[in-house]
Design a protein around this ligand. Sequence first.
Ligand SMILES: [Zn+2]
Length: 313
Amino acid sequence: MQPGMKSEGPAASADFSGTIPYIDPHVHMADLGWDSLEMMGIGGMAAAVNPMARPDVVIKKRSGAFDADDILRCWDHMLWLAERFEKTFFYKVYVALSWGSNSRIHDADRLHRAIADYLKHGRVVAVGELGLDPYQWSTTVSQAESEAIIAEQLALAKDLGVPVILHTPMLKSTVHYIEGPRLPEGSPPWPFKVSTAKRTFAIAERVGLDHSQVVIDHSDNDLIRWALENTKAYVAISGACVWRGIAPWQAAQWVKTYGPERIMVNSDAHQHLSMDALWLPRTIREMRRVGLDDATIRRVVYENPKNFYRLSV
Ligand SMILES: [Zn+2]
């Protein structure tokens, strides 16, 4: 190049390694369509963790208590799907099990015994997701009951020595959510993410979970800061769903600001609202654009979830 000519294209130090493989440590795969599942593989997904959030939504049972068999059918279906998805889409699929934060169970003792057996299964890597959420309190489960339901399952995780996924709430848009947000009477005004997350985290502390066993999920800027300053837990950013309002560049910026040590990034994708199946690989590209090197990006999108969930990948 002539002296003084402006260089065009990537700098000499730019990385040309192409797609960086990633693990999506929180993606609701059961209701995703073929194209989304295929797209995730094309985008570089090497492994995924599919958590059980709300059995009431999965089996369309909106009131009353569940039988243990209802929940066991959900768990078996998740494991069946995991095996099929691996063969079809060429990535590893793990699951996290729970009976949700708002589910009353007739015979919960059966689930207590069963979850220990399921956790011996190589695919079952965590308990979750669980967490208080004013949007999810149904008319039949009070906040106090929800706290007790969550505590019961977190105590099981403590006894079994496995990681837990702590769900935190987010503002749901009426225009992008089929049912619209439903806040019970007397709910606190938004924002309540950090205050609700603190209450859920307090349950985890009460049952004696080690912070290293906990990921505080669906975090935003305020929650990332609170969690990193006040706990030793991991924090995760979830962004594929449109009502989260977290653009890939925004997530990349938070990783740059707070460092890779205890941050994970996930899609939390599900199919009952608009979502971007490529949100996570787009975020990886934005991490490159804000100047993070490959080793830092791999730490966030691969090594952290691999180590936290003890995945055999
Ligand atoms: Zn989720």
